[in-house]
Design a binder for this molecule. Structure first.
Ligand SMILES: Nc1ncnc2c1ncn2[C@@H]1O[C@H](COP(=O)(O)OP(=O)(O)OP(=O)(O)O)[C@@H](O)[C@H]1O
Length: 267
């Protein structure tokens, strides 16, 4: 295992997909420690797919994934978790028939039987998520959607990760809860956590993120500071569901890297 990068998490030219159909091609992303990054793009752009490959839930066909410079491309998800990359899947999956406390305990499974550490972590999380502290004995399934998302995030934080990757944390939430969840993610990033979110609510996500990756038909087509992506007319056009000429040209190039090297893929 050689040292290849100083970023916390890096995807290098990752291609992956389902069966023999590629859904993501040559995707490169670099996530340094701290801050909020957003991976955005329309339905089916490949956002969830690339993130599943990053956490080890989908095999990488081509390319590499590094955590702190270590090549983890073929490592199992629990090993990547132990290296500090936690994942909150789409749909705020909590165990509805279990209490809030039991859900948190599940999140701590890689800590083994270290009850003292688990209790200390729960105490720390309750300070960040007061709503959870008030509902430790409530069945998770009886919480509101926003509260369940907070619980899903808190559960992912039980292992004290360096980075948390969230697949559409705003999905199905009312605007008030979307704000609450995004505010919490910004607060966590302020405490030093690396927050990476996959979002369909693109402009909202770029408002809270510092950096963004815009995906379209399985490619990362724009990368840059969130503010400059928000101002980019081509990105704005994509938000409206239109495909700008520049993007058409990029996708038509035989070797997509040519476009990246020509500076088109970066703002
Ligand atoms: N389990 C699967 N089996 C086969 N194809 C899949 C599977 N999951 C996703 N795909 C396909 O892969 C492509 C990328 O899907 P992906 O879910 O990554 O997109 P996305 O950008 O996350 O969109 P969404 O926001 O709708 O989830 C799509 O064409 C989709 O139909």
């Amino acid at each position: 295992m050689e040292v290849e990068s100083t970023a916390f998490l890096e995807l290098k030219q990752v291609t992956t997909g389902y069966g023999d159909v590629p859904a993501v091609r040559n995707a490169s992303m670099v996530f340094d420690r701290g801050g909020v990054s957003a991976v955005i793009g329309s339905n089916g752009a490949g956002k969830s797919t690339v993130i599943k490959a990053a956490v080890g839930l989908l095999p990488v066909w081509n390319g590499q994934i590094f955590i702190e410079g270590v090549d983890v491309t073929t490592e199992a998800p629990h090993k990547r978790l132990a290296r500090g990359v936690a994942f909150v899947p789409q749909g705020r999956i909590v165990m509805p028939e279990m209490t809030v406390r039991e859900n948190l305990d599940i999140g701590a499974y890689i800590l083994g039987n270290d009850r003292r550490r688990i209790a200390a972590t729960i105490e720390r999380l309750v300070a960040t998520f007061p709503v959870i502290g008030q509902r430790m004995d409530q069945l998770a399934g009886t919480m509101s959607g926003g509260e369940q998302q907070m619980l899903a995030i808190a559960r992912a934080l039980m292992t004290d990760p360096t980075a948390i990757i969230l697949d559409e944390p705003s999905l199905g939430l009312s605007p008030k809860f979307v704000d609450a969840v995004f505010e919490k993610l910004v607060e966590l990033a302020g405490q030093g956590l690396t927050v990476i979110m996959v979002e369909q609510k693109a402009s909202r996500a770029l408002t809270v993120a510092e950096r963004g990756y815009v995906m379209h038909t399985g490619r990362v087509i724009y990368t840059g500071e969130a503010a400059s992506l928000l101002e980019n007319p081509n990105v704005q056009q994509l938000f409206l569901g239109e495909v700008p000429e520049e993007v058409e040209r990029m996708l038509n190039l035989n070797d997509f890297d040519e476009a990246a090297h020509a500076g088109m893929a970066h703002t």
